[in-house]
Each structure stands twice: as structure tokens, then as C-alpha cells.
Design a protein around this ligand. Structure first.
Ligand code: FPP
Length: 242
């Protein structure tokens, strides 16, 4: 869909996904402990939800904690979990004020019980909201998601509910955590790394990728506009020819 930003007409990506990288480096740069970088990253995320909605984006998905992030120090992992707890405590109220729906993807079953129930509460409290469709990936890994989807499909086949000859792309997509979401049109990764690090492996098949050196806590509205400008220079062919 087209939208006007600061007087200029752009094609606005429907779904933007972000790998919020660089919190640790931001903290180091400011001579602070790593967890302060994540705290600042959490603040940047709240502002980003507002900014991206006003730019005309309908779906926004962010990578907050990967299946590999457990390997970090216990201090850092518990610091991130505490930021998440605080965020969830006020999320329902904030989302409802802005008509925003929040979902969580990833395998939540190994998260602390209180975090699981808070996630459930926020998802339920915001499910009627028709504004920004905001999704947070927590204990998420693209391969793990595909593994879990495969197990669900295998179970349905074994129970005689699904014919193996009927398994197509749509059936697989319908068993992923993102079954309710369209595929991302644009992936942004901050802080200079150019990898997808196991994020949305299936869903990013045709997305445009935008990489920037800006560290996530410093990422602002103007940087989203820069990414949308870049997106508008791409010619999307989805494997076909124009
Ligand atoms: C990557 O930066 C960032 C993370 C692993 C955590 C992201 C978490 C948040 C933004 C806050 C919590 C989320 C919510 C939903 C409130 P890094 O630590 O890898 O940075 P570095 O590469 O500079 O070390």
C-alpha cells in the first residue's frame, strides 16, 4: 500500500521484521553494563512501535531472544528476562491504548511460569485490537519453529487427519508460529552484522534485507524512513520477471 511520509509518496511494506542487534555495543560505548544496553533497547522498541504504525506499517515483528541466547552469561539472561517481565506488566494497558495487538512466537514452554502467564494475559487482552500487529520472538529459532511444525504435521498424518500428498507450502505455513501473519516484506538488521541468525527462515524467502550500522538503542523514526526509502528502490519479482 502507498503512504505519504513527510510529503513524499512511498510504497509502504506491510510487514517489517527487525533483528535488534547492538545493545551490548551501545552499553560498551556508554561505559555501562550490557544489561543497560538491553534496557535502552527495550525503550527504543516501545518508541519503534509507535513510529512504525504512524509510517503506515501494519505488522511489526522483532527478535528479542533467540534459542541460542541462553548461552549468554546467567547475569545477562536474567537481566533480559527482567526487562521482559517489566515490559509485559504494562504491555496490555499500553497496547489497548494504542489499539495494538501483541503476539509472542517461539517455544514459550521453557520460559519461567510467570512470564508464560503474562504473555498469555497480554495476548488475550489485546486480541481484538486492529491497529499495529506487533509480534515478539522469544526463545525463538527458525529451525526450531520448522522442527515443531514438522512434528505437528507428522502427528496429523499419523492420526489420519492429513494426507501426505496434500502437504504444500500453505500447509507448512499454517503450522508455523506465524500462521496468522503475512510474510515480512522487509527485514532490518541493526549494528552492521549481515546475517539472519536463524530468524524467520521460512518466512523471509522473498523479503528485502536492509542492513545498517546504527545500534538498536539509537534506531529512530528517521532510520525507519531510510529503510523504507531503500525498500522503494528495490524491484520485487518473487522469482518471476517483470
Ligand atoms: C542483541 O544485541 C539483542 C538481544 C539479544 C536482546 C534484545 C532485547 C531487547 C531489545 C529488550 C527486551 C525485549 C522486549 C520485548 C522488551 P547484542 O546483545 O547481541 O548486542 P552486541 O552484538 O552489541 O553485543
Amino acid at each position: 500500500m502507498q503512504g505519504v511520509i513527510d510529503g513524499v509518496t512511498y510504497e509502504i511494506p506491510t510487514h517489517v521484521a527487525v533483528i535488534m542487534d547492538g545493545n551490548g555495543r551501545w552499553a560498551k560505548k556508554h561505559l555501562m553494563p550490557r544489561v543497560m544496553g538491553h534496557r535502552q533497547g527495550g525503550k527504543a522498541l516501545e518508541q519503534a512501535c509507535e513510529d512504525i504504525w504512524h509510517l503506515g506499517v501494519k505488522y511489526f515483528t522483532v527478535y528479542a531472544f533467540s534459542t541460542e541466547n541462553w548461552k549468554r552469561s546467567e547475569e545477562e539472561v536474567s537481566g533480559i528476562m527482567d526487562i521482559l517481565r517489566k515490559y509485559l506488566a504494562t504491555a496490555a494497558e499500553r497496547c489497548n491504548r494504542e489499539n495494538m495487538r501483541m503476539r509472542v512466537i517461539g517455544d514459550r514452554h521453557i520460559l519461567a511460569e510467570d512470564i508464560q502467564s503474562e504473555i498469555h494475559r497480554v495476548e488475550e487482552a489485546t486480541k481484538q485490537n486492529t491497529g499495529l500487529q506487533f509480534t515478539v520472538a522469544i526463545n525463538y529459532g527458525g529451525r526450531d519453529e520448522i522442527r515443531r511444525a514438522t512434528a505437528k504435521i507428522a502427528k496429523e498424518v499419523a492420526e489420519g487427519k492429513l494426507d501426505p500428498n496434500e502437504i504444500n507450502d500453505q500447509v507448512i505455513a499454517d503450522h508455523l508460529d506465524t500462521w496468522e501473519l503475512p510474510d515480512p516484506d522487509l527485514l532490518i538488521r541493526t549494528s552492521g552484522e549481515e546475517r539472519i541468525s536463524n530468524f524467520l527462515l521460512w518466512q523471509l524467502a522473498y523479503a528485502e534485507f536492509y542492513f545498517t550500522d546504527v545500534l538498536w538503542p539509537d534506531f529512530k523514526r528517521e532510520h525507519f524512513i531510510e529503510a523504507i526509502r531503500y525498500y522503494n528502490k528495490r524491484e520485487r519479482r518473487f522469482g518471476g520477471r517483470k
